[in-house]
Design a protein around this ligand. Structure first.
Ligand code: UDP
Length: 482
């Protein structure tokens, strides 16, 4: 029988590549599609190329093709912000994506793009393919993206200076200071690019979100209700998550860590990491170190040299720690490494995160709240201490702490005031304490809920089944009409 073929396109950045690969695996293994993943890479992140290489050699169910980004010289300032950079890379790489699709022996009938690759949907139109948009983040974030062109008309002056939260129909309101990065300054190219994304979301044939019904029922209902956000979107929305990685084959340094974790008490260790590209300032790095010491908890900390500019400065240049990196004692408080030698482990630059989060000794995650990290935490039943840095992480922190009850967050955003060691230690204590611990109970509940959603017959499985059936029917129809 003819096997329908799908192409999935991911933009640079691990927060995009990893969920796209997982979605590809689901479609291939459970729904019998031939899947080709087109991964546009940054070519400057060692971690990205490590994950891509490992996927190419270990994943048999999908074909994975790397697409190097186009030459961007002269198109971007050195300090161009992430969203602007991603949109320009994807726009300029459109020709290479088109060639890759043209050169495939069996042409795909469906193209799934992430939000930054939206302009490649015109290639799908040209080839009469279905075009779906996969949002690697959550439904509340997506609602804001979608509603931003309307807010742009309604709101005068800087978003962050408004007194009242922004009302998104049928969704939780968004506090002015927690808007996504491109909304922080309306006079930038990245803001215009961001509005372009919001406007383009109507032109796909469907939206796939990396969330599930029980987690974000309210936002999903709004996106589907024509009297609420659905009236504006007019495109079917499927909640197909959580699409998360299984544990990676551990590197030798991780084997050592696992041996150490085996000796610790259940749920007694905090894992500290700020995602694929997050870094802290000197002062913040110091406070985290002192906070960990004050808390007297055991920890694994993925350390990076402090930044001198922006928290997202490593986004396109993350290393894996295999190369010699700066000795952490150069930027940690004097004596910290000696005093914590038996209670903590420092991992330079990069960890096998899912493998660590899955270990039963890990009981909390001090996280920057990137959506993949949040989902990896939830699906392992690990509660979070939220330290949002950039992108949509401020909204994610609010969602996790205030709405889902699976984490704690600082009173003042870290970008506005450096979080002090006492507050860090207090938050760590709140999440790591023994019973009663409602935050941990909630993490366990959500772990169950996520597993139920992904099981055959669960809400996300059913949504993906609907997507798969639609795609198969369209593929069949298209083949007959040629
Ligand atoms: N990650 C990892 N090891 C690290 C840091 C990050 O494996 O040391 C992975 C993490 O498991 C997640 C992804 O990188 O899958 C980061 O995505 P997320 O959305 O959390 O944040 P981003 O890096 O996009 O800000």
């Amino acid at each position: 029988m003819h096997q329908p073929h799908m192409a999935l396109l991911s933009s640079p950045g691990l927060g995009h590549l990893i969920p796209v690969i997982e979605l590809g695996k689901l479609l291939s293994v459970h729904f019998n599609f031939k899947v080709t993943i087109l991964a546009v890479t940054s070519q400057s992140s060692e971690a990205e190329s490590h994950i891509l290489k490992s996927a190419i050699s270990n994943i048999n169910s999908c074909d994975i093709l790397e697409i190097p980004p186009a030459d961007l010289s002269g198109l971007l300032e050195d300090e161009a912000a992430i969203v602007e950079r991603l949109c320009v890379v994807m726009r300029e790489t459109k020709g290479a994506v088109r060639s890759a699709l043209c050169n495939m022996a069996s042409p795909p009938s469906v193209l799934i793009v992430d939000i930054f690759g939206y302009e490649c949907m015109s290639i799908a139109e040209e080839f009469r393919m279905l075009k779906y948009i996969f949002v690697a983040s959550n439904a509340w974030f997506f609602s804001l993206v979608l509603y931003s062109p309307i807010l742009d008309k309604q709101v005068q002056g800087p978003f962050v200076d408004q007194q009242e939260p922004f009302q998104l129909p049928g969704c939780s309101p968004v506090r002015p200071r927690e808007v996504v990065d491109p909304m922080l300054d309306r006079n930038t190219r990245q803001y215009q690019e961001y509005l372009g994304i919001g406007t383009a979301m109507h032109s796909g044939d469907a939206i796939l979100l990396n969330t599930w019904e029980q987690l974000q029922h309210k936002e999903l209902r709004s996106l589907r209700d024509e009297n609420l956000l659905g009236g504006q979107l007019k495109v079917p929305v499927y909640a197909i998550g959580p699409s998360v990685r299984p544990p990676e084959p551990p590197r030798s340094s991780t084997m050592e860590l696992l041996g150490w974790l085996d000796q610790q008490r259940s749920e007694s260790v905090v894992y500290v990491s700020f995602g694929s590209g997050g870094t802290l300032s000197y002062e913040e790095t110091f406070e985290v170190a002192w906070g960990l010491e004050l808390s007297q908890l055991r920890f694994i900390w993925v350390v990076r040299p402090p930044h001198r500019g922006h928290a997202d400065s490593a986004f396109f240049s993350t290393t894996t720690g295999n190369l010699a990196s700066e000795d952490p004692s150069n930027y940690l408080p004097e004596g910290f490494t000696d005093r914590t030698r038996s209670t903590g482990k420092l991992v330079p630059q990069w960890s096998d995160q899912v493998t660590i989060l899955r270990h039963p000794s890990v009981g909390g995650f001090l996280s920057h709240c990137g959506w993949s990290s949040a989902l990896e935490s939830i699906t392992n039943g690990v509660p979070m201490i939220c330290w949002p840095l950039y992108a949509e992480q401020r909204m994610n922190a609010t969602l996790l702490a205030e709405e889902l009850g699976v984490g704690v967050r600082p009173k003042v955003l870290p970008a506005e005031k450096v979080m002090g060691r006492e507050e860090i230690a207090r938050m760590l204590g709140d999440v790591m304490k023994g019973k009663p611990n409602p935050i941990r109970d909630r993490a366990r509940e959500l772990k169950e809920s996520a597993a139920m959603a992904m099981k055959r017959g669960g809400s996300s499985y059913n949504d993906l089944d609907l997507v798969a059936n639609l795609c198969k029917a369209t593929c069949h129809h298209l083949r007959q009409s040629f």
